[in-house]
Design a protein around this ligand. Structure first.
Ligand code: MG
Length: 386
């Protein structure tokens, strides 16, 4: 199996269901990896995209990582049977890269890695979660459906609290009893009002997490922790700068309920530093590492294995991202659960068209690969790559 061509483009994305609302000019990269393999008479093409919530990685993909794959001998990225082996392809992409200096190259590699897994699973005729479970052997802990929550709840420029309540009711109508909203950009008193509105809008027995988007300085974080402690939140996420482990540790000492961290950490070395110095508690806290942020699945697996070895339960991992790739990864590895973005980051976030969670869980699609084609708007976008 040979990689014949890699197509890439940057596309705008919005945090809101209504893409007209200002969203900071966010972009992401989409890629298509064209191979010489065919399955059921069709050429196997793998699709992937970069982070949602950061920015596109086109320069790094075009100048460094895609050319290495295209120039490599196919024997360097295939297995003994000639099938595409994404783990070997990952090693090809990382040739010559020095340790450290993750910058955002980790996301560029993660983007291509997603498309490689899509292509490999399609060539094997399996949905990614089954393909992964076979590939990972004893490291897999397959589960048919994944606990999920809906991400969203960004601040609205007008009628914020009322519109947030509407959004939460819409999520509840779609079958989500658990959700996560953003805080940290407004005064704390306003955030407490947002939390109250969101909690009231979710179904009885639901759960609300809040994401401070790394906005707080230490004094602000401690003030927020004190105010939020009595509110019964599911978790408090991204409290301070991603690398301010001393500050996170101080917040953890003051906040008894679960804390979530790790979304903006990119390597196993950073994950170990979080574990050693972030003050997190293995009996309750949540690990958000995102496969697309940390050099793709090979990098993510290293993080899961390193933290499991230091005593973290696999149920603590709830990968950030909110899309089908992380749903497959969570299903194959038996993670705690996964984020889904049913209303924001269109067309990337959310389940297959027409799919809904049942009893708080969602199953990944059963079509071969990741199943991006089960989302009509997303399939059309990928096909536009040529
Ligand atoms: Mg976050």
């Amino acid at each position: 199996m040979r990689v014949l061509a890699i197509h890439e483009r940057s596309v705008p994305i919005s945090r809101y269901q209504d893409p007209v609302l200002p969203s900071g000019g966010l972009t992401t990269s989409i890629v298509a990896i064209e191979t010489d393999a065919t399955r059921d008479g069709r050429t196997v093409v793998g699709y992937g995209f970069a982070s949602i919530g950061r920015f596109a990685q086109g320069g790094l993909i075009r100048e460094r990582f895609a050319p290495r794959l295209l120039a490599a001998d196919p024997r360097d990225y295939t297995d003994g049977d000639g099938n595409l082996d994404p783990s070997r392809a990952w090693t090809v992409m990382m040739r010559g890269e020095k340790p450290g200096g993750h910058g955002e190259r980790c996301v560029a590699v993660g983007t291509l890695d997603m498309a490689l897994w899509d292509a490999a699973a399609k060539a094997g005729g399996l949905p990614l979660h089954r393909f992964l479970a076979e590939s990972l052997g004893g490291r897999a802990r397959p589960m048919p459906a994944v606990p999920v929550y809906a991400g969203g709840g960004y601040p609205y420029p007008q009628d914020d609290v009322a519109r947030l309540g509407d959004e939460m009711r819409r999520l509840a109508d779609l079958g989500y009893s658990r959700a996560k909203i953003k805080i940290g950009s407004a005064p704390l008193a306003q955030d407490v009002k947002r939390i109250d509105a969101a909690q009231r809008a979710l179904p009885h027995g639901g759960a609300l997490a809040v994401d401070a988007m790394n906005a707080y300085a230490l004094d602000e974080a401690l003030e927020a922790a004190a105010a939020l402690s009595p509110l019964g939140l599911w978790w408090l996420e991204d409290v301070c700068d991603p690398l301010a482990f001393d500050e996170l540790s101080a917040v953890a000492a003051a906040y008894p309920r679960p804390i979530a961290a790790g979304e903006a950490l990119f390597s196993v070395a950073e994950a170990k530093l979080l574990d050693q110095h972030g003050g997190l508690r293995r009996d309750r806290d949540i690990l958000l590492f995102d496969p697309a942020h940390c050099y793709g699945l090979p990098g993510y697996l290293r993080i899961v294995e390193a933290l499991e070895a230091s005593g973290w339960p696999r149920a603590a991992f709830w990968p950030h991202g909110g899309h089908l790739f992380t749903l497959h990864v969570a299903a194959a590895l038996g993670l705690g659960g996964a984020e889904v973005n049913p209303l924001c980051f269109r067309p990337f976030g959310g389940l297959s068209d027409g799919a809904a969670p049942m009893g708080g869980r969602a199953a990944p699609p059963e079509s071969a690969g990741i199943g991006f084609e089960t989302r009509a708007e997303l399939a059309a976008l990928f096909r536009s790559l040529g």
